[in-house]
Design a protein around this ligand. Structure first.
Ligand code: DGL
Length: 309
């Protein structure tokens, strides 16, 4: 079971999650569904839809956006942060760990651990271009077991399909086909959703695999791997209570109405009101933290008058 620097999951009350858009909702869904937290946890979710996708951006830019989102989340009294965006983890998890004064969890570590534990030897990872460029999954999987073969590919078409609310449409299958074929050509045993948007393409992926001679791949959702490692329980079918998201605060930098519509479709539940957060507010949250930080970590030294001159 995951322990966050002396703080157990049980003691964490408010959890902040961020993503470039609606993708991180797949992480929220897994946590809400897998953990019997009986309503004592609260989640704050922000999707940076205005600047989505992150997957085509350079690391430095992604990391600076992530610090802004984190600063905003920290204004909401969160006890822990979940990087519900693997592109951000690939771009600079360590930088976020040293920036945030609360525990930071990601999805790649528990996924790699599960793959090694299950004895899977040939893995395919569908990811964003940025995650694949960094070989973010490959490096961590191989750091546990060098004999595991990983094919990690960038799939730039998939995030726009999910953000457009077309996850269940025919276009999703068309977009997936070439990527899945590349993995099947490598005879992978398992396919990992290396981007948090992709679990919303689950039905489409299963149809594509069925159309490719019922290719028998195990599908791995890293959000489930995280939920399993937190709860210490293995997972079954997703089961979300009708009022599961009542105590979740949703926010977006994009259009709140569109985000609410796409999020409700992804979660198959009405998410209610969505707060609109401007980029100016994000910048202000970041600047305020920078102004507060030196005062907290290194108090100003007053020099006694006699010591001067
Ligand atoms: N959902 C994110 C991830 O897990 C980011 C996708 C994007 O904005 O490109 O990588």
């Amino acid at each position: 079971m995951i322990q966050c620097s002396g703080l157990t999951w049980r003691n964490i009350k408010r959890i902040g999650l961020f993503d470039s858009g609606v993708g991180g909702l797949s992480v929220l869904r897994s946590l809400v569904s897998r953990l019997d937290y009986s309503g004592e946890k609260e989640f704050v979710y922000i999707g940076d839809t205005l600047r989505c996708p992150y997957g085509n951006r350079p690391d430095r830019q992604i990391t600076s956006y992530v610090k802004q989102l984190t600063s905003w989340l920290l204004q909401h009294n969160i006890d822990a942060i979940i990087m519900a965006c693997n592109t951000s983890t690939a771009a600079g998890k360590e930088q976020l760990v040293s920036y945030a004064p609360v525990p930071v969890l990601d999805l790649i570590d528990p996924t790699a651990a599960l793959i090694a534990q299950r004895g899977i030897k040939k893995v395919g990872v569908l990811a964003t271009a940025a995650t694949a460029r960094k070989k973010a999954f490959s490096n961590i999987i191989k750091s546990i077991d060098t004999s595991i073969q990983v094919t990690e590919i960038g799939c730039p078409l998939l995030v726009p399909v999910v953000e457009a609310g077309l996850g269940d449409a025919h276009e999703a299958q068309e977009a997936l086909k070439p990527y899945v074929k590349e993995l099947i050509d490598q005879e992978v045993e398992a396919i990992v959703y290396g981007c948090t948007h992709y679990p919303f393409l689950d039905a489409a992926l299963k149809n594509v695999l069925a159309g490719m001679g019922n290719y028998p791949a195990l599908i791995i959702d890293p959000a489930d791997c995280l939920a399993t490692s937190i709860s210490g329980k293995s997972t079954g079918a997703l089961s979300v209570q009708p009022d599961a998201y009542l105590s979740t605060k949703f926010a977006t930098t994009g259009d709140a109405e569109t985000f609410g519509r796409v999020a409700s479709r992804c979660l198959k539940q009405n998410v209610g009101q969505v707060q609109s957060v401007s980029l100016n507010e994000l910048t202000a949250a970041f600047v305020l933290r920078r102004l507060q930080k030196p005062a907290m970590s290194a108090p100003l030294q007053l020099i006694a008058p006699e010591a001067v001159g």
